[in-house]
Structures are given as structure tokens and as C-alpha cells.
Design a protein around this ligand. Structure first.
Ligand code: NI
Ligand code: MN
Length: 227
């Protein structure tokens, strides 16, 4: 089975398996780089890493239109129910769950998670996806933390890492993250969307190629790769 992974810019991905479509952090409407629109996108699941607007994004509208199941932490799930979202599945840090298409485990992330109206959004998370023998780690918004080494011990096929700096790891720490995780392949994200996170992903890719064994794929918004 091939797993198709499409990037819409920032932290937003659509992962398509033979069975299901998973949309991660659907920040589209207010995203100047977005390659898709919230009105058109089709999905079966929506994964929300934390409450910030550039990750929660269009979750409410897309969930109501598609009836997709929203996977997030317990606090965000409760808040979404209050917003009229009916299909949710709460998880929390360190916990995994087997869905029909594969497993999702929530990892720690060093960040915040307040919701747009100021509500408490619990702890932010990253996602470890187990799909058809492949392991994908989407770090979401985070600073560098040494426990990335533990995540890497699982044997990561694809690591998706922020390099934007200012709100998350910058290029230097993201390079250190690659060294801790030792993934087969890495994709940089969370850069260029706003002025304060402008980065050169190709310069970063060169450093990763020189200093680690990982292959780097710099994606353009709208581009897809297969695992
Ligand atoms: Ni954030
Ligand atoms: Mn963010």
C-alpha cells in the first residue's frame, strides 16, 4: 500500500491511505500560502495538535461539513463539542489508539495550546502515526527536546519537523532534532508563512544531508510525496 502525503503549507498535511484520509492541522482560510481551501477539502479524520489558530485553523467548518472524526487532546475535544462538532475522539500524551487505517499516538511537544477564545487547550502534542508498517512522526509546534531520541528509537520512516524559528525550533535545533530522531526521511515545515518565520529550507536541507544520514525532501505547497 502506498501512503500519499500532501502538504498544504505550514503544518497542514493530508495523508491518504487505501482506507482513509487524515487531515492534520488544517490551517487554510487565513493562511497566505495555503494550497487548498476549507470548502473543498475532503477527509475522514482531522488531527489537531494544539489550540493555536494556525493549527486548529478550519477544523470546525471542515468537521461539520465532512463529518470527519476529530482526533485531539481531551481539552480541545471538549471545546470542539461545545462548538457543535459531533464526531470526536479524545486521546492524550503517550496514549495510542488503533483506528481502522492505523494507529495514532500523541507525543509531547514543548509549546502552548490556548484556544482562539482563550479557553484552556490542554497540552500541545505531536503525532506518531503507524500506517501499514510505516512510522510517521509529525512534531507539530515544538522546541527541541531530548526525548525526541525516544521517539526515534521506534524507527521513524518520515519525520516532519518545524524549522521556522521564533515560535518553534529554528534550523539549528531542527538539525539537532534530526540527529536525535535519525529518521530515514525528513520534511521541513512551519516556515515562510509569516515574516517572523522566514527560512531557507534548501540551505537547511544541505546541512542535514551533510551531517546526517537522513534524506530531505523540501516540499512546495500543493506537492505530494509517497511513502
Ligand atoms: Ni502554535
Ligand atoms: Mn504554529
Amino acid at each position: 500500500m502506498t501512503i500519499k502525503i500532501s502538504w498544504f503549507s505550514h503544518a497542514c498535511f493530508l495523508i491518504e491511505t487505501d482506507q482513509s484520509r487524515l487531515l492534520i492541522d488544517p490551517f487554510l482560510s487565513d493562511n497566505p500560502l495555503a494550497s487548498g481551501t476549507a470548502d473543498e477539502i475532503q477527509t475522514d479524520y482531522i488531527l489537531v495538535s494544539h489550540g493555536h489558530g494556525d493549527h486548529l485553523g478550519d477544523t470546525i467548518n471542515i468537521a461539520k461539513r465532512t463529518n470527519a472524526i476529530v482526533i485531539s487532546n481531551y481539552e480541545i475535544q471538549n471545546w470542539l463539542i461545545g462548538q457543535g462538532v459531533e464526531n470526536t475522539h479524545p486521546q492524550h500524551i503517550g496514549g495510542g489508539f488503533d483506528y481502522p487505517w492505523g494507529r495514532v499516538k500523541l507525543t509531547i511537544a514543548q509549546h502552548g495550546s490556548a484556544l482562539p477564545d482563550g479557553s484552556y487547550g490542554g497540552n500541545p502534542c505531536g503525532f506518531l502515526l503507524y500506517i501499514d508498517g510505516k512510522k510517521i512522526y509529525h512534531a507539530c509546534d515544538t522546541g527541541l527536546f531530548y526525548d525526541m531520541k525516544l521517539i526515534g528509537e521506534e524507527g521513524i520512516d518520515l519525520a516532519i519537523l518545524p524549522i521556522g524559528d521564533n515560535f518553534t525550533m529554528g534550523p539549528d535545533d531542527a538539525l539537532r532534532a534530526v540527529k536525535l530522531i535519525e529518521p530515514r526521511q525528513v520534511v521541513p515545515i512551519h516556515y515562510d508563512t509569516f515574516d517572523v518565520i522566514k527560512q531557507d529550507p534548501h540551505a537547511w536541507a544541505k546541512r542535514v544531508k551533510k551531517e546526517t544520514a537522513a534524506s530531505v525532501t523540501v516540499m512546495s505547497p500543493g506537492e505530494s510525496i509517497e511513502l
